[in-house]
Design a protein around this ligand. Sequence first.
Ligand code: BLA
Length: 513
Amino acid sequence: DFLADSVTLTNCDREPIHIPGAIQPYGFLLCLDPTTQLIVHASANTGALLGLPAESLLGGGLDQLLGPARLAEVAGRLGTLTETAQLLGARLEAVAGQPYYKLIMHRYDGLLWVEFEPVAETDATPLDLAFLNAALGQMLAAPTVREFCQHAVAQVRAVTGFDRVAIYRFAPDESGEIIAEDIAAGLAPWLGLHYPASDIPQQARAMYLKNWLRFIPDAAYQPVPLVPVRNPATGRPPDMTYAVLRSVSPIHLEYLHHLGSAATMTVSLIDDGKLWGMLTCHHRTPRLVGFELRELCQFIGKTFSALLAGKVRADQHAYQLQVREQLAQLLEHVTRADDFVGALAQPGPTIQEVFDCGGAAVCFGDEVHLLGDTPPEAAVRELLAWLADNAPGPLFHTDSLAAHYPAGAPALRATASGLIAAALADAPGHYLLWFRPEVVQTVTWAGRNDKPQLLADGQIFLSPRQSFEAWKQLVEHTAVPWLPLELAAAREIRQHVADLQLKAFNELQARAQ
Ligand code: BLA
């Protein structure tokens, strides 16, 4: 196919997916000159569908398809178009034996685009205001990002009937995780699986910021070229960024084949101008979704996007409250205890329970209490010795301990790639420690054990197994970074214990006098 022939797995980011010069064949396409409204491109399937070969349509007008009344209406609309799609239903009165069509029209790249989707006349979905009202109500009321996402996937599956609807959220490194899904009985869950950044190349992400929805009703389709492929005015194929019939990347089609997906629809989820994630729909068999339903799914995606920042803030706020509450309880029970060192490791809560961490340790000279997932005690003692000599300041923290202390990495990386070390006294070995596991240990990578597969053209498919290895190298020896509020809590615990120590010392002095 056009222009895509030279794409390999190593230059995916350069595949010009916006100018494929071809469409998916579930409809046909005409591009018109905005001034004359005469046809500049036609998709090559008009011959088969209408009995009017594409070449014969070029240079003529829409009167070759439409009766006079419809033509006047369409011509009026064409004059007002922007990038945003407009819909008009029509029967092609000038062509015999045709079904009803939806004309989806927009203006872009110096052309008027008219995409024709054949439909049963009855297919229009009535606008269900009660559904919309209930859906918006659920989204507004959702107290956490996860529940918010769960409502969105359930709503989209309810209106579209796809086998699988999931929300795929991007991490700062652009890999992604399935954080919510709604699936048909009998399908294997993908919830919690991670996928590499390369699954969705840069230019695709950029396009999905402009165009909110992609639709592939039959991933086994044969692309249909435009006639002519290149726009005579620009010398290149027209820019299909906003065309719903756009033929998609052959590499992506191969990918869908590997996933066992025969049809997909994806909606962008955008937070503050950045692609936050995608709502992805899959079906095991080909599946057509009409224009109105696609618009409804975009509406859900845009509503989601508008409310998202508030839900993220709510999650952060809830976590902040939880940390404050745990911190207050810890300080209280430590203050009341006779043995405050022991109390730091006693439930109610322990120092490990104040904020998210894999494990913690209370170290007081020879006494070492380990809590949760920690390195073995011997390794913790060696770490204490290293800290005594090397820790810069009373509160040392890192999300990559190996970068500071490579010698300790073999024993520490799995459970303690992230570390907060709060020095309790000038005496060496008096520390409160919080550990965080290496990211690699906590991630379930999709298809981690798959064998490499061959693409149709004989190249090796960049399998999730290989991409896992590539990703692993990037995140080796690192943990999720500590949040400012977590560091503040650690600092506060340290200060409180120092105050208790001073008080105990003063009492001892007073008694001695
Ligand atoms: C596009 N890849 C995509 C899209 C998704 C994914 C959602 C958007 C297009 C769509 O289907 O609507 C990936 N889909 C996923 C993932 C899940 C999912 C991860 O449901 C998880 C459940 N893809 C590769 C490799 C390359 C590649 C190695 O795996 C390139 C070398 C390319 N992916 C690729 C391209 C597109 C794409 C080029 C754009 C397709 C297009 O819009 O033309």
